[in-house]
Design a protein around this ligand. Structure first.
Ligand code: PHE
Ligand code: ZN
Ligand code: ZN
Length: 286
């Protein structure tokens, strides 16, 4: 499994910060910084050979956008999907929430292309709109999939906040899920070089619509508004008695609000999980 260069992930975060700065300080649904974020990520994926599409929806009187990217090849009846939300709250640029997940997924997607990966499964990535308005984009995507298309998606992995400045290493799936979700959870856990905690995040991110549709889900998360305990600081470092992300949903969620080690480990974990679950169809020669 290739190591994901964290410097590349950081470069994507710098791009998202610049987009926010140039568009009134945020990348929120219905604001110009959101569509600029979509166009930016889309251009990188198009150049790398992805088949991309932008799905529009309406929420709170504004047009929202999901960006979907398919890596050509693999079994169309056996789709592995990975995603995270690309929108921020309106209070700030949303660099940890969720520039980090968006950037980590982008760099993993670009690494798939660089390596010429030809996996057994078909790979699809999603960058969701309007998560911050109540999981609107991902719910729209799942609810508008024809039944046959929906049944082709065998697993969905979600990455929302993977570089919290006082990080924890959380892995989740969803309760009442098909058995496959346990495998996803175990694979994500195995991907980390640090101890993890299994947690339940309920319906707090974009995996929820997939879980509701009976698709096995999993994800990683480095923590938001909750305070790190002494025991957690012992095993993970950082500061006990302080939130995992003090800048959660605030204007200070900027490029300075990221722990690079957590971002690096989680980006590598996305790659490890993708390479493990997608099946090594092997790299084509050349
Ligand atoms: N989805 C939440 C937000 O964007 C953050 C979150 C992510 C919470 C993952 C729990 C688990 O605000
Ligand atoms: Zn948020
Ligand atoms: Zn989020």
């Amino acid at each position: 499994v290739p190591d994901i260069p964290v410097a590349n992930v950081q470069a994507h975060l710098n791009d998202l910060q610049a987009i926010a700065t140039n568009n009134g300080g945020n990348r929120a649904h219905g604001r110009p910084g959101y569509l600029a974020s979509v166009n930016h990520v889309k251009a990188k994926l198009d150049a790398a050979g992805y088949q991309t599409s932008v799905q529009q929806f309406t929420s709170s009187g504004a047009t929202g956008y999901n960006l979907i990217a398919d890596w050509p090849g693999g079994n169309p009846d056996d789709v592995l999907m990975l995603g995270g939300h690309l929108d921020s709250v309106s209070a700030g640029p949303g660099i940890n929430d969720n520039g980090t997940g968006s950037a980590g997924l982008l760099e993993v997607a670009l690494t798939v292309a660089r390596e010429g990966l030809a996996p057994t499964k078909h790979l699809r990535f999603g960058w969701w709109g309007a998560e911050e308005l109540g999981l609107v984009g991902s719910t729209y995507y799942v609810n508008n999939l024809p039944t046959t298309e929906r049944s082709r998606i065998k697993a969905y992995l979600n990455f929302d906040m993977i570089g919290s400045p006082n990080p924890g290493y959380f892995v989740y799936s969803a309760s009442g899920q098909p058995t496959g979700s346990l495998l996803l959870q175990q694979t994500l856990q195995a991907a980390f070089s640090v101890p993890t905690e299994l947690t339940s995040v309920g319906g707090r991110s974009d995996h929820a619509a997939f879980a509701r549709a009976g698709i096995p889900v999993g994800g990683t998360f480095t923590g938001a508004e909750v305070t790190k305990t002494a025991a957690q600081a012992q095993k993970w470092g950082g500061t006990a008695g302080v939130a995992f992300d003090r800048c959660y949903h605030r204007s200070c969620d900027t490029i300075g609000n990221v722990d690079v080690t957590a971002l690096d480990r989680n980006s590598d974990a996305i790659a490890y999980t993708l390479w493990t679950l997608a099946g090594s169809g092997g790299n084509p020669p050349g």
